[in-house]
Design a protein around this ligand. Sequence first.
Ligand code: PLP
Length: 275
Amino acid sequence: MSTRAGGIDLGQCRELLERDPEIRHFVPVHLYGHALDMNELKELKDDFDLSIVEDCAQAIGASHSGVSVGTVGQLAATSFYPTKNLGALGDGGAVLTDDEEVATKARVLRNYGQSGHYVHDELGSNSRLDELHAAILRDAMLPNLEAWTALRRKTARLYLDAIRIPLIQMCLPSTSADPVWHLFPILVGEGMRDSLREHLREVGIDTAIHYPRIIPEQQALTKNTRFEVPFEPTNARRFAAEELSLPIHPFLIETEIRQVIDACNKWEPRGSAAH
Ligand SMILES: Cc1ncc(COP(=O)(O)O)c(C=O)c1O
């Protein structure tokens, strides 16, 4: 069995934008390394005159219908957190734009709001990527990105082809998408995720949950602010309850990948003898 890969539902976004013309800004997240439908995103941007910041933190190199993530929004952001597909040795990130005005503004904001030496025209912060990390990213990491992405894709293909147990649902990209598999999410029937997690842990396979708590339930948003979700976040709730991420990174060797596949296929949920 399979389901659509996680990520915001652009059809639902269109309905919302039609209902509420005051919405001006949109931050779509290309989650798990799967690009959203880039043509649909472009149509939303044009039809509703939106300003868009694409969150490409998990999807550097991903594309949909041949269109790369980060090329539709006025701005795109990515993360160089060490576990990301293009990771540094510590925190870091970048914003991408082809708009000179936006680029100048970003350069000012990341450097205490300085437009010149000791000239502060606005409030900013210190978000500069230090030079050592910039050099590590440019010389040691970036040249490997394509090869590392190919290895992630190979692992994903093996999982997709060989994990065959009805209790585990695969998250398939659409046929027009070319994901970079930052994560490999599967869905496990409600209430059974802990059993699979424990079963994998017993044979030395670590897994993670992305993400156990949905945004509308985060106190940071609900405590002091007027924060409304204009529709029931059914998909997000489902992923919070059922998602489990299997190991995926460029340094997995084939024996390890086969161990994950075998362990998944041999899983029998606690209290059940049937698959
Ligand atoms: C989808 C997504 N957006 C944004 C971020 C934030 O990135 P950073 O920690 O580099 O600010 C992350 C990091 O985990 C992420 O996965």
